[in-house]
Write a protein that binds this ligand. Structure first.
Ligand code: NOJ
Ligand code: CA
Length: 559
């Protein structure tokens, strides 16, 4: 009894913040998610590979930054044909990342700081070394045969023309049984057969295993590829070649099949057994917002569906972002938007948008936009210090198999997965030994330690921005209203709750612009909450915006 009481006294205050969060069943609408590429964040045991204990040691940094959720890329046992996205055992921690008790500790320590952890869940495929696949390929009569997708040859050729996203046919002949198996990604990633109820059950068990340990849900890897047309017709071929040099294929019969929403509803039922848990989907294929909204079902599929249409706006153009956000914000009642600019598969956004002259202002502006739109933002580790993509320079250094395959035209995804830049030491404070991917030379100057001590740094801006967001009801859950400016290089909008209105002005150009504030928001005065040009006050009605200037201002009552 004495022990129990002691435990209660310890645990109640520790988890109070998280408890308060989870009492709000819509907590995820106000959250900021931070994606950690597990292998590259912090190495605690000197093997050059990031691990769970490394992340635990950085939780104070993350709490101070002001994020609410960590999404961990796969840390399960894996032969690393696709660096963790080929899972050999769903219910273990890969030995390079730690142990289950390290995971439990991470969950506990994160919770004590009010931070949730969500796992990456790769449902579409396993590793070819997963015992299920080893069993499945062992004979045509294996009791796991139907857990994967096997097919006879079409004469001597693969069953149909389906292509792997990583190049070449999506079918691999397995001489052992004389049939092909299907793999949408690498051959080392055979697709599970999601039409088989046993597969559905097995993966539900996996979900409960992690939810029982305290995971706050999952980021679902490529949910759009889960099902294929059982008739397996050839896909239509479009014009030209795709990024890996294959004919451009419309994945009509092996992506985005309508039945996949039945699977999403099943997954959601499992998630709903756990009050605070959420499903965040890597919904990469929609071409319109309407197609994206389908993933939310009737609030019985994904809680959050990543809006890659936002990620794909290629120019820092006020017109383009305005058009896109107006569209994205139209149906927040059906689907709460999810805005992200970077991840482990793409060139980091600063490398896409920087102009060489205004890089800091641009990094801050993009952060300001992503964190003040109505929706749940996802940050990618290192963007808060302005990390850029650093591709490998020599073929022999490339780790990502597609980088080796398509070198030098495409250097793979390593460049966006380089070690987190903590300080100016030899291996950037990531590790004591040579890391699995080289530390970019820029780490000597671009790192957390330097930026924490610099008032004007990108990191300081992110910390202030998150503090502003976290203390503003308008920014966390208020309405979003576009404000036309008559100036096609300026994007402006208002966020407003019952108690507060916040104006956001983004000059998305290298030119100065004058903006008549009274025309924007009549009869008001403004309190600057944050600016990337050290603007502290707005005293004039005519605001002279500097290149790439960003202003976030509270609208005070009418004069
Ligand atoms: C999407 C992941 O983000 C990517 O890294 C991976 O290669 C594929 N899914 C296959 O799992
Ligand atoms: Ca390590």
């Amino acid at each position: 009894m004495k022990h129990l009481l002691a435990l209660l006294f310890i645990s109640i205050p520790i988890f109070a913040e998280l408890e308060a969060k989870s009492k709000n069943s819509n907590w995820w609408k106000e959250a900021v998610i931070y994606q950690i590429y597990t292998r590259s964040y912090a190495d605690s045991n000197g093997d050059g590979i990031g691990d769970l204990n490394g992340i635990t040691a950085k939780l104070d940094y993350l709490a101070d930054l002001g994020i609410d959720v960590i999404w961990l890329t796969p840390f399960y046992q894996s032969p690393n044909a696709d660096f963790g996205y080929d899972i050999q055992d769903y219910m273990t921690v890969g030995k390079e990342y730690g142990t289950l008790s390290d995971y439990d500790k991470l969950i506990r320590e994160a919770a004590s700081r009010g931070i949730y952890v969500i796992n990456d869940l790769v449902l579409n495929h396993t590793s070819d070394r997963h015992p299920w696949f080893i069993n499945s390929r062992s004979s045509r009569s294996s009791n796991k045969r139907d857990w994967y997708i096997w097919h006879d040859p079409n004469d001597d050729a693969p069953p149909n023309n389906w292509q792997s996203i990583f190049g070449g046919s999506a079918w691999k002949m397995d001489a052992l049984t004389g049939q092909y198996y299907y793999h949408f990604f690498y051959a080392g990633q055979p697709d599970l057969n999601w039409r088989n109820p046993e597969v559905q059950d097995a993966l539900s068990k996996v979900m409960r295993f992690w939810l029982d340990r305290g995971a706050a849900g999952f980021r679902l890897d490529v949910p759009d590829t889960l099902l294929e047309d059982p008739e397996m017709p050839d896909n239509p071929i479009g014009e030209g070649l795709n990024w890996v040099g294959d004919p451009n294929m419309l994945h009509k019969y092996n992506m985005d099949l309508p039945e996949v929403h039945g699977i999403m509803r099943q997954l959601r039922k499992v998630i709903d057994e756990y009050p605070a848990a959420i499903l965040l989907g890597e919904t990469g294929s929609p071409e319109t917002i309407d197609e994206l909204l389908v993933w939310y079902g009737e609030s019985d599929e994904l809680h959050l569906a990543m809006n890659f249409l936002y990620t794909n706006v290629r120019e820092l153009s006020a017109e383009k972002f305005t058009r896109h956000v107006i569209e994205s914000d139209k149906h927040t009642d059906i689907g709460w938007p999810v805005y992200l600019l970077s991840n482990h598969d793409r060139t980091r956004h600063l490398s896409r948008f920087a102009d060489g002259l205004h890089n800091n202002a641009i990094a801050k502006q993009l952060a300001a936009m992503t964190l003040t739109l109505r929706g749940t933002p996802i940050l990618y580790y290192g963007e808060e210090i302005g990390m850029t993509t650093q591709d490998p320079v020599r073929l022999e250094d490339v780790k990502d198999p597609i980088g080796r395959l398509f070198w030098p035209d495409f250097k793979g995804r390593d460049g966006s997965r380089t070690p987190m830049q903590w300080n100016s030491s030899q291996y950037s404070g990531f590790s004591q030994v040579k890391p699995w991917l080289s530390v970019p030379a820029s780490a000597a100057k671009i790192n957390v330690e330097i930026q924490l001590n610099d008032d004007q740094s990108i990191l300081t801006f992110y910390r202030k921005l998150l503090a502003v967001r976290n203390s503003s009801s308008a920014l966390r859950h208020g309405e979003w209203t576009h404000i036309p400016t008559q100036n096609h290089e300026v994007f402006a909008y208002l966020r407003h709750s019952l108690s507060e209105s916040v104006l956001v002005i983004l000059n998305m150009s290298a030119s100065e612009h004058d903006l008549d504030l009274q025309e924007l928001v009549m009869n008001s005065t403004f309190e600057v909450l944050l600016s990337n040009h050290d603007r502290r006050f707005i005293t004039e009605a005519l605001l002279n915006l500097q290149p790439y200037e960003t202003v976030i201002a509270r609208v005070l009552k009418a004069q």
